[in-house]
Write a new protein. Structure first.
Length: 212
């Protein structure tokens, strides 16, 4: 059986959104999921109104995609909003035993780990669980730091880092996309912790890939 990634999530403070705002947010989430497929094939499905599940074909890319999902939501927060768009995400990496066209009725280790993680996420917004105890021990210590950095992003910081991670382009190219100076992008990356996040994601990807 192949190892896959499953991301189970729900929208932060969804009860404070109007129906129109919720529709806009969910449409943005779907569009972000489509964009990040340049990293790995994936499928997203929604359930219970404000919850969703993503099946990631390349398990080692699961954490990258979770970060990009949060970055994309934060970046697209309407300027007038008092609450920043965000999601609680639980990443599970493991086997898939029962796969159906509708992923929310599929089953397996990755789904169990992801679902249990979201049930116990409490005040966190990003958790990861795998079948490997040594990797879990490392992620339990380091993942809260990544979670904290992401939770502090402004919309414009999130956009700059989202584009940098997704397209792997230098600052001058991101500056053109955002119609800002290269110095402005440099400042956004620095304040958003891009220089720390990128190597950390590379490390997580390598650790998972080594187990496959």
């Amino acid at each position: 059986m192949q190892i896959k990634g499953v991301i189970t999530g729900d929208i932060v403070a969804s009860s404070t959104l109007s129906y129109e705002e919720k529709d806009q947010l969910l449409l943005t989430l779907k569009e972000v999921a489509e964009e990040v497929q340049t990293m790995s094939a994936l499928k997203i499905e929604f359930f219970r109104g404000d919850s969703f599940q993503i099946l990631v074909e390349e398990a080692e890319r699961s954490i990258d995609i979770a970060v990009l999902i949060r970055a994309g939501l934060i970046a697209h927060t309407p300027p007038k909003n008092a609450t920043t768009w965000d999601a609680r995400l639980s990443v599970g990496v493991g086997t898939i035993d029962y796969r159906k066209e509708n992923i929310v009725v599929s089953d397996g280790e990755a789904f169990h780990l992801s679902g249990r993680g979201l049930d116990s996420i409490k005040d966190k917004r990003l958790v990861v669980a795998t079948p490997w105890e040594s990797l879990n021990a490392e992620l339990e210590v380091t993942m809260p730091f990544l979670d904290d950095v992401i939770s502090r992003w402004t919309a414009v910081q999130a956009e700059a880092i989202y584009l940098g991670l997704l397209h792997n382009q230098p600052q001058r190219e991101i500056a053109k996309r955002m119609q800002k100076s290269q110095q402005a992008i440099s400042n956004l990356w620095r304040r958003g912790g891009e220089a720390l996040i990128k190597p950390y994601l590379n490390r997580c990807r390598s650790l998972i890939k080594n187990q496959l």
